[in-house]
Design a binder for this molecule. Sequence first.
Ligand code: FE2
Length: 345
Amino acid sequence: MIFRQLFDSVSSTYSYLLASRQGGEALIIDPVLDKVDRYLRLVRELDLRLVKAVDTHLHADHITGLGALRDKTQCITVMGEQTKADVVSMRLADGDRLTIEGLALDVVYTPGHTDDSYSFALPDRVFTGDTLLIRGTGCTDFPNGDARHQYESIFGRLLKLPDSTLVYPAHDYRGDTVSTIGEEKAFNPRLQVRSVEEYVEIMNNLKLANPKMMDVAVPANMKVGLHQDEIARRGWAANANEALALAGKPDVALIDLRERSERERQGIIPGALHVPYPRLQESIAPGGVLHELVRSTGKRLVLYCAFGERSAMAVQAAQDEGLTSACHIEGGIDAWKRANGPLVR
Ligand SMILES: [Fe+2]
């Protein structure tokens, strides 16, 4: 595995770059906006292809790099299903797997610091966001924080991982880089409590100042979505109702860009073909399945995903390949469902 821990000294944030091999797909956890060029240089130097940018939660102390990384690499942005961010390409829930080529991280819902806090676990390590820090825990005094939930997340979930599991947090203010579950059980002062009440008592009396960047970072981080209106202005978008009318037509090929787990969870539009977003480029290039489908049948590609972000990037890519009738479903399956579009499982 290729693994890099990257540090932003302004916000004391750790970001993590992971890939299974040189030349392969990579994902980044908790990227910071100001460091995006640095990450992309490293991705190039290591001969990787960034396919996912993930935030463990809606950050209050720095502006996320998710939107900029998506705009520069067309990668998929990922957060938990509870997030208040306007649009991310993919939303995960507890028990899902966060996957790239050769790697699958278990998705563990660990609310408490915020109600959209997630941890991501590999067999030997866990990325704990601001839930469990080294010799500390993330504050729980934000409007959607909850010390009781954090206790459950830490004691009920994270500390159940093997003691040897490496702990990689989203922040450290003292220069520590990594710990283990066993070490935190033994030495994290906040975890030396006998009851949830005792933990809540500690957390409610920390009297921490809000992060310096909070008033800037939170609103910015809630607006990371791709501007789908530009795609619509070019006539490449169908709203959900227009898509309903298109769906049954014989000259239309509906293309589902989501991953298998999303299709299983949310259902699929009847008759849709499955081309996962990471395989899109090869499918729409000359010789690719979709390119040849359009050429031989004259069908119109109607691309869709979960929220319209991947499909908006895909429709641009299809247009670039000369598939000029291609369009996408604005707002994705989410909008389709709200328009009472039929779904099968
Ligand atoms: Fe945080």
